[in-house]
Write a protein that binds this ligand. Structure first.
Ligand SMILES: NC(=O)c1ccc[n+]([C@@H]2O[C@H](COP(=O)([O-])OP(=O)(O)OC[C@H]3O[C@@H](n4cnc5c(N)ncnc54)[C@H](OP(=O)(O)O)[C@@H]3O)[C@@H](O)[C@H]2O)c1
Length: 290
């Protein structure tokens, strides 16, 4: 199977490129410089030229706080451009795999969110991602919309890298402990996408992909520093304080609970993701100097 990957230098994009061959796929990747997905003509031309069996959209505007003041840019990439990709896939009658987010929910639910729970984003990023989902559903019936959460990897910008950087600079760190969610490694997301595509089930629709167990950013930070210590990474951090979201104001409001239930994925594809704590050591190891 030939897959065309957009945003191939992002966290998930890189893993999709790295793991394609393992899953018997031939991947052709485009970064922003070679395919800006907001350019409709370029999208149509490249998809038609490449004639892939599926397109995986790993490109996105992912700056959650930045989106609050950069509304047009967030919607251009996360909604309008997704419509272009969906159109190009529909024209060729091929599936579009599109990645979405836990931030389409408002976080007021107790327990895990299922795929058909009400979407009620708290910020511009979530709104733009919801609009992207709607574009895919409206235009390209052969689709997988895959919502994931708290993505981490050894590349790009993510919480693991931020914690390690701050932990090397500071003795004391404060991290919010009242937002609950499931950290998910970019590698597990890529593996799951290929497993779904190669299963040939064609069970199109929306699915949640997130690694167990539920934690808080504070809990995740504790695990990161404990793993970094095991790797003998040089860190200054001595004290990790748990604080509330109110004590750490950000331009974008985050959901208090963004736990994604993955029962539909398990039932339909028999895919059960391993716990994030099993993925974290490899990422920390890759980030350890020497
Ligand atoms: N990161 C998270 O915690 C998280 C959580 C839930 C869901 N998600 C979703 O998961 C998906 C993958 O996220 P990620 O963490 O891998 O994101 P990422 O590391 O920020 O990568 C996104 C990639 O998209 C590229 N891009 C941005 N605008 C583009 C454009 N107009 N044309 C082509 N490429 C463009 C970026 O290139 P530049 O570097 O040049 O801008 C970047 O390489 C996204 O759909 C995101 O919404 C992420």
């Amino acid at each position: 199977m030939k897959v065309l990957i957009t945003g191939c230098r992002g966290q998930v994009g890189r893993e999709l490129m790295a793991l394609a061959a393992t899953h018997g796929c031939d991947a052709v990747g485009f970064e922003r410089n070679t395919l800006d997905i907001t350019d409709q003509v370029a999208v149509q031309k490249i998809v038609a030229q490449q004639q892939p069996d599926a397109v995986i959209n790993a490109a996105a505007y992912t700056a959650v706080d930045g989106a609050e003041s950069d509304v047009a840019a967030a919607f251009a990439v996360n909604a309008t451009a997704v419509n272009y990709l969906a159109q190009a896939c529909a024209d060729l009658n091929i599936p579009l795999v599109h990645i979405s987010t836990d931030y389409v929910f408002d976080g007021s639910k107790e327990g895990g969110y299922s795929e058909d729970d009400t979407l009620s984003p708290l910020g511009v990023y979530g709104e733009s991602k919801r609009a992207g989902e709607e574009a895919v559903r409206a235009v390209c019936s052969a689709h997988y919309i895959l919502r994931t959460s708290w993505v981490f990897s050894a590349h790009g910008n993510n919480f693991v890298k931020t914690m390690l950087r701050l932990g090397a600079e500071r003795d004391v760190l404060s991290v919010v402990s009242d937002q609950y969610g499931k950290p998910t490694s970019a590698q597990e997301i890529a593996t799951t996408i290929y497993t779904m595509l190669m299963s040939n089930k064609r069970a199109w629709g929306t699915y949640h992909i997130a690694q167990p167990e539920v934690t808080t950013w504070f809990g995740f930070a504790e695990a990161i520093f404990s793993e970094a210590k095991r790797e003998s990474m040089e860190l200054k951090i001595r004290t990790l304080n748990a604080i509330t979201s109110k004590e750490y104001p950000t331009p974008a409001k985050r959901p208090a609970n963004s736990e994604l239930s993955c029962i539909k994925l398990e039932k339909t594809f028999e895919i059960k993701l391993k716990p994030w704590s099993d993925s974290l050591p490899d990422v920390i190891h890759a980030l350890t100097p020497g």
